[in-house]
Design a protein around this ligand. Structure first.
Ligand code: ZN
Length: 170
């Protein structure tokens, strides 16, 4: 597993934390990038800086993984707290997958219940926020992609590759 020290250029390119050298590890090949973010319970060690301020518990993956069609973030909202601001998007659709905790998502004038296993799609214009009203940490993943950009998916894009599956011994 190789590690990289961020250059000043990389650090200046994006306001998002972490920079490449701040994850627990990474590996890159011609057809992949892999990062070790560490235990999900410790996601609050990552911070993100926005126009609304700096807050902990959010890590964006576009820069870390070199994503070219999506932005993905992993988040951790502590018990009994709210995401700190409303926002919407200019061209990207977002999907929020809630993996633990329970609370509410608000979209424009609607407030809905969310819990582990809730998945919410948001059109760019939807003014959104969410909160964790439970005593558990709320882990969530956000996937962001340009609305209307998907041309192929699942069975129309995936192609089986012949050959028996084999692994090095574990
Ligand atoms: Zn967003």
């Amino acid at each position: 597993m190789s590690t990289e020290t961020p250059s000043a250029g990389q650090a200046a390119k994006s306001p998002d934390y972490p920079r490449r050298g701040e994850v627990e590890g990474r590996d890159d090949g011609p057809n992949f990038s892999l990062v070790q973010l560490g235990p999900t319970a410790g996601l609050d060690r990552y911070q993100v800086r926005t126009r609304a301020g700096t807050f902990a518990g959010k890590v964006f993956l576009k820069e870390l993984l070199g994503l070219s069609g999506t932005e993905i973030s992993c988040g951790l909202l502590p018990p009994r707290t709210s995401f700190p601001f409303y926002h919407k998007h200019q061209q990207n659709e977002e999907v929020y997958l809630f993996l633990s905790g329970a609370g509410n998502v608000s979209v424009d004038d609607r407030v809905m219940e969310i819990r582990q296993g809730s998945v919410v799609r948001l059109a760019p214009d939807g003014v959104r926020c969410f909160r964790n009203t439970s005593d558990e940490p709320m882990h969530y993943v956000v996937i962001q992609a340009k609305q209307g950009s998907l041309e192929q998916w699942t069975g129309t894009d995936g192609v089986g590759v012949p050959g028996e599956v084999s692994w090095p011994s574990a």
